[in-house]
Design a protein around this ligand. Structure first.
Ligand SMILES: C[S@@+](CC[C@H](N)C(=O)[O-])C[C@H]1O[C@@H](n2cnc3c(N)ncnc32)[C@H](O)[C@@H]1O
Length: 653
């Protein structure tokens, strides 16, 4: 082993510091634990080893997927067993599910086969513009948190890309330079292909600096040289044209002199450089009007990426999907696609965008509609389960579901003294699934356990797991001891997971105002959906139509405070389909809770607590609707801050 580069004095100092329970100065830390990185690396607190991320040591686990709905079901379009997907849930969990490659819905379909990943991650900007020492420090912490949040996702991204795949990470001046170093670490500096500058014109008044008018996209190959790359040429709109003919300004490589050349109409033109001049989406463009998502990116931008780095039939993944721009473009260019996002608004916006894709613009000609319906796609849930649905599943499916849920290996044909054993946990102890369907009115209580114990207690080796619906378990504690045997209850819903995985699970939160849509969300684990309680009424007068919400309660306690939530406090948003066709919810309008406060009460400063206080004070919440576009039935979806939904059909007749 190589000797540590430490002097006697330094060694003495280190020992002394440790004995006094003091931290070491950074320079000595490095001497003691020299970095293995050959060149430079980004150092910050909380940076996990790649191996630990992949081994779920970060406390985030793969999660079974559940189909919610299938759209445009046409078997012909998925002969090869592929269906495009919109996934609702935390992307780290989803990426881990892909990486694990066990879930029957995606097994061997995605891992190692993704040709393109495009992501446009959010970055919480609230305090970016403030100054002062204290704020500057929290900014740094936030920055490091963001880098690690992203790094975990990028680490798994590399593992699921195809050998010829590439990844584009869309960032701006705030984080690009940190993420570049992280990307070099994960993907290798040699696989860095381009730094693409997306330049957009916008009216920007800045006083003591230049107007910030570009975003940066970092483009990496999984393996440079093997990666797909189709040459693109500058579109005519970006050439300066003279008298109807296209001119291009070029720099002569030999002389360095700039000159204009006339482009032959038939020639492909000038190869696309790495600076892209593409307008932001015009507020009146069809693309904006149809979709209208706060951070929506232009289809023109994504089109270049998709065309350059994939071919028809290739799989494209966007796991910060937002309004689904990437997948809409992928659909139009005949690629396979996967969208994932943690926001309900994103989920319903993307769903609607795909259901109505025929009415969106054609990529080849802006004054034509695309006019084709979307190929089959499914909506999936990760980490959020509908209890009714789980219990409604047939027994075998229920068994399979809970086995996956609790990470249990199935044991076949095993009985102990006549009692069937269903599985075995990783620690080697047996698992039985409580057949609640046989004991409709009974519960897992002391009598049941005594009876079980008298049969098999001596043969289970100290511990037995019992999986049962939470409301069928009579014990509040997570286990019960009889003699030397601990009977553990794996309750569905999943409370015991804390005991087993040693992590606190966090529900993902939905924004209550438009300004929070781009907040960072990092959720682990999963929870079961509990419908909020909603009491509402539709008022249909001659010229006025409105929905009055009289009550809105969530069946959860507030995560941070453990308190019950007051009326309206947990309301995140209301989505409305004004002409519900009885089949799919096609969102026409959405209102964040903030939008539903009386105008005078709106606080623009984005303070969540203020917002909640104002919401609590409301006696009634009124949503005024424009009658135009309303059919006989409306559908309203009320969503709480944990993403739980209450859906109702309101009849106008
Ligand atoms: C900047 S937006 C993406 C916009 C998108 N490119 C478009 O054109 O509409 C970022 C998205 O990341 C989502 N997001 C944030 N944290 C997430 C997480 N942990 N998992 C999945 N999505 C997340 C947000 O809900 C938001 O929709």
């Amino acid at each position: 082993m190589a000797k540590l580069p430490l002097t006697e004095k330094e060694i003495e100092f280190i020992i002394e510091q440790l004995q006094n329970g003091q931290q070491l100065p950074e320079d000595l830390e490095y001497k003691l634990f020299p970095t293995k990185q050959k060149e430079y690396e980004l150092v910050y607190g909380g940076k996990m080893r790649k191996e630990d991320i992949l081994a779920n040591e970060d406390g985030v686990f793969p999660i079974p997927l559940q189909i919610e709905k299938i759209f445009n079901d046409d078997r012909k379009t998925w002969e090869d067993g592929w269906r495009n997907m919109i996934v609702f849930g935390d992307n780290l969990q989803f990426l881990k599910t892909i990486y694990e490659n066990k879930d029957p819905l995606i097994k061997d379909k995605i891992k190692g086969k993704v040709k393109l990943i495009y992501i446009d991650p959010p970055f919480a900007t609230e305090s970016d513009f403030k100054s002062g020492d204290k704020i500057a420090y929290t900014d740094k912490v936030k920055g490091a948190e963001f880098v690690e949040f992203l790094r975990r996702r990028l680490t798994i991204s590399r593992e699921i890309l195809a050998p010829e795949g590439s990844i584009y990470v869309h960032l701006d001046w705030k984080m690009t330079h940190y993420v570049k170093i992280i990307m070099d670490e994960i993907f290798g500096k040699e696989n860095f292909l381009n730094e693409i500058i997306w330049y957009y014109r916008r009216w920007n008044i800045t006083t003591n600096l230049f107007a910030r008018n570009h975003d940066t996209l970092l483009m990496y190959a999984k393996k440079r040289g093997d990666h797909i790359f189709n040459n693109l040429y500058i579109p005519k709109s970006e050439k300066s044209s003279g008298q109807g003919r296209a001119w291009q300004s070029v720099i002569d490589e030999e002389t360095g002199v700039r000159r204009s050349i006339l482009l032959d109409e038939k020639s492909k033109g000038v190869p696309m450089p790495d600076v892209w001049d593409i307008s932001m989406i015009n507020p009146v463009a069809l693309e904006r009007k149809n979709v209208n998502y706060p951070t929506q990116k232009p289809e023109d931008l994504i089109e270049r990426i998709v065309k350059a780095s994939t071919n028809e039939g290739d799989i494209i993944l966007d796991f910060f999907s937002g309004s689904g721009t990437t997948v809409a473009v992928a659909e139009k260019l005949n690629r396979k696609w996967i969208a994932c996002d943690i926001g309900k608004l994103s989920f319903y916006t993307t769903q609607k965008r795909l259901i109505n894709i025929q009415n969106s613009k054609d990529l080849n000609s802006s004054n034509k509609n695309y006019s084709k319906p979307a190929k089959t796609f499914v909506t999936l849930n990760t980490g959020q389960y509908n209890l009714e649905k789980v219990f409604g599943l047939k027994q075998e499916e229920y068994k399979k579901f809970v086995m996956e849920l609790f990470e249990i290996d199935i044991v076949k044909n095993k009985k102990i003294n006549g009692i069937p054993i269903d599985g075995q946990k990783k620690d080697g102890f047996y698992v039985i699934i409580y057949p609640y369907w046989e004991f409709k009115d009974a519960t897992v209580d002391e009598d049941y356990l005594e009876d079980l114990h008298s049969h098999i207690g001596k043969n289970v080796g100290g511990r037995l797991y019992i999986i049962a619906p939470a409301n069928s378990v009579d014990f509040i504690s997570d286990y019960h001891i009889i003699e030397n045997v601990r009977y553990y209850f794996l309750k569905v819903p999943y409370q015991i997971i804390k005991e087993l995985h040693k992590v606190e699970f966090k529900k993902f939160r939905q924004p209550q105002s438009k300004s929070n849509v781009n907040d960072l969300e990092d959720a682990v684990g999963f929870h079961f959906m509990r419908q909020p309680i909603v009491i509402s009424e539709i008022k249909n007068n001659k010229n006025k139509l409105s929905i009055q919400i009289k009550e809105f309660y969530s069946d959860f306690t507030e995560e941070e405070t453990g308190k019950d939530m007051d009326n309206f406090e947990s309301l995140a948003m209301v989505l409305i389909d004004k002409n519900y066709n009885g089949e799919a919810f096609e969102m026409d309008e959405y209102y964040f809770a903030e939008d539903l406060l009386p105008k005078t009460k709106k606080k623009k400063e984005e303070d969540e607590n203020n917002l909640k206080e104002e919401l609590k004070k409301q006696k009634i919440i009124n949503i005024e609707l424009n009658k135009k576009g309303c059919g006989n039935n409306l559908m309203a979806i009320y969503i709480d801050i944990y993403g739980n939904e209450f859906k109702e059909v309101l009849s106008l007749k």
